[in-house]
Design a protein around this ligand. Structure first.
Ligand code: MLC
Ligand code: AMP
Length: 502
């Protein structure tokens, strides 16, 4: 028997907030009533007379704003699995993801229809969001809690990105943990600046705001001055970003002393500013506090688990740490033998709880390998100090975090190897003040091509194949990559070599 846990509690809550403002976007704002009406019409349009999409995946490429949410909710309300695609991805990368996801439907807004069409398999139709309207009301299905809701692609250590499938109950558990911990309230207004194809922008920011009945405002692609101007109005209460964005906001502040009194005047309305997706350097936390009077709340999470650890809303936010487990989350630190670590001893972080994902799409072996005795193995290293967790690194050198995006060195290598002049390549992350880590590559090219090798034209080629944040910022040509006795490329040596040549 299907277990009903009212996964679309989101819809029930929206019903009770009908008149409240849900979305503010540069085109058109929407109340919860508007979102309910639009999403029901989209669901009906997707169903085309069927009773449910029954877990079929629907990939969508839609810019931030109220149409995005209507599409997301419409997919859920039709019983489908929402698969957000990245606006910044070039066609070849979208093509690879769509081929992997095998979606039963594709939706785009007017601005992105051509791009999605170019990435779609031959004969597949791209539905235009604005055309998905049904005039006649239809009965919508009631997905069970265990039914899949969301599939977000994230780079794993195993080359190509994997689809992380999360059920309705897990998605809801992720919102509820943060609602309880961070005091989300219908009177909140979130200023939203993050991409919507990853959990930070989608689940932690947008999802929680709407679950709580709050308002979420989009102001276009991230622009530091525009954010300061918007914050200066004093009516935004919550802001969430990655450290690179805070670094940029600090730079914009420092570059414009004449704007300080105006920009600073609206900060009194802010009750919460959070940082995550990458380590927040203590100097940045301190600089931010000196400018704004607000101490950033740093938290830790991952696509597969939602948010796991957080500094407190009230109480001490300790610089350089990610706090304690969120409500409903259990964590452990284990050594290489799988034994629990004592306080003060670094180990790998394992996580368990209702918000942990269901599986990697069509990768049962990788799903199995990701869990140990029911605990999800994060690949992140941490240490517990005086009751607070501090992140200390990752178990794999092939996972890089750049500007808050997780990228797989192996995936980038696989793509660069397809260039005709590249014989072999090694990709590494190099510490960087702006990006946290910067993606760099060392390439071996054939003897005949060495003289004519041009790193910039290789980067240009890579831009056509890979998401912009995966394109190496620097590419160094080497005669031979460093290898160990077994012939395996040694990444720490590559990193040193790349740093030395810059
Ligand atoms: C853009 N570029 C990046 C980059 N973002 N390069 C490396 N890393 C990034 N993150 C490229 C651009 O394509 C461009 O390349 C050059 O860098 C400068 O671009 P820009 O215009 O200055 O960058 P911008 O578009 O403004 O983007 C910067 C940013 C963005 C910080 C706003 O990266 C961003 O929104 N990051 C947030 C990512 C995020 O939400 N992660 C959450 C994952 S979920 P060129 O070659 O054209 O010069 C997760 C779980 C959790 O991690 O715990 O939250
Ligand atoms: P993603 O796979 O894109 O969801 O990224 C998740 C990864 O981001 C985690 O595995 C961590 O490596 C990293 N991460 C998230 N938050 C933090 C944080 N506060 N400090 C350090 N690393 C973080």
């Amino acid at each position: 028997m299907r277990r009903s846990t009212m996964p679309l509690e989101l819809v029930a809550r929206a019903e009770s907030n009908r008149e409240r403002l849900a979305i503010v976007d540069p085109e058109e704002s929407a109340t919860y009533a508007d979102l309910l009406e639009r999403s029901a019409a989209i669901a009906a349009g997707l169903l085309e007379g069927r009773s449910t999409l029954d877990g079929s995946r629907v990939a969508y490429l839609v810019g931030p704003g109220n149409e995005y949410i209507a599409v997301l909710w419409g997919i859920w309300r039709a019983g489908g699995v929402a698969v957000p695609m990245a606006l910044s991805h070039p066609v070849p990368e979208l093509t690879r993801l769509i081929a992997d996801a095998e979606p039963g439907g594709l939706i785009a807004d007017d601005a992105y229809a051509e791009k999605l069409g170019a990435a779609a398999p031959a004969g597949a139709e791209v539905l235009l969001a604005r055309n998905l309207r049904s005039t006649a009301p239809v009965a919508l299905p009631d997905p069970a809690g265990d039914d899949p809701a969301l599939m977000v692609y994230t780079s794993g250590t195993t080359g190509r990105p994997k689809g992380v499938v999360t059920s309705h109950a897990q998605v809801r558990a992720q919102w509820e943990a943060l609602e309880a911990a961070w005091g989300w309230h219908p009177d909140d207004r979130l200023l939203h600046v993050l991409p919507l194809h990853h959990v930070h922008g989608l689940q932690v920011a947008l999802g929680c705001a709407l679950y709580a009945g709050a308002s979420c405002e989009f102001i276009g692609p991230f622009d530091a001055r525009a954010v300061w101007e918007r914050l200066s109005h004093g009516d935004c209460s919550v802001f969430m970003a990655v450290p690179t964005i805070y670094r940029r906001l600090v730079s914009a502040w420092e570059a414009e002393p004449d704007a300080h009194s105006r920009w600073g005047s609206g900060l009194g309305g802010i009750r919460l500013m959070t940082s995550g997706s990458a380590a927040l350097p203590v100097d940045l936390l301190e600089r931010w506090e000196a400018i704004t009077g607000t101490r950033l709340l740093e938290r830790y999470g991952m696509t597969e688990i939602g948010m796991a650890l957080s500094n407190p809303l009230d109480g001490e936010r300790r610089p350089g740490t990610v706090g304690r487990p969120l409500p409903g989350v259990e964590v452990r630190l284990v050594d290489e033998r799988g034994q629990d670590c004592a306080a003060g001893v670094q180990g790998e972080l394992l996580v368990r709880g209702n918000q942990v994902f269901a599986d990697y799409w069509q990768r049962s072996e990788e799903t199995q390998a990701a869990f140990r005795d029911g605990w999800f193995v994060t690949g992140d290293e941490a240490v517990l100090e005086d009751g607070y967790y501090r992140m200390v690194g990752r178990t794999s050198v092939d996972i890089i975090k750049t500007g808050g995006y997780k990228v797989s060195a192996l995936e980038i290598e696989e793509v660069l190897r397809q260039h005709p002049n590249v014989d072999e390549v090694a990709v590494v992350g190099v510490p960087d003040t702006q990006w946290g880590e910067r993606v760099c590559a060392a390439v071996e090219v054939g003897v005949a091509d060495r003289e004519s090798f041009d790193a910039e034209s290789l980067r240009e080629w890579a831009r056509g194949q890979l998401a912009p944040y995966k394109v190496p910022k620097e590419i160094s040509r080497v005669d031979e990559l460093p290898r160990n006795a077994m012939g395996k490329v040694t990444k720490p040596d590559v990193r040193k070599l790349v740093e030395d040549t810059q």
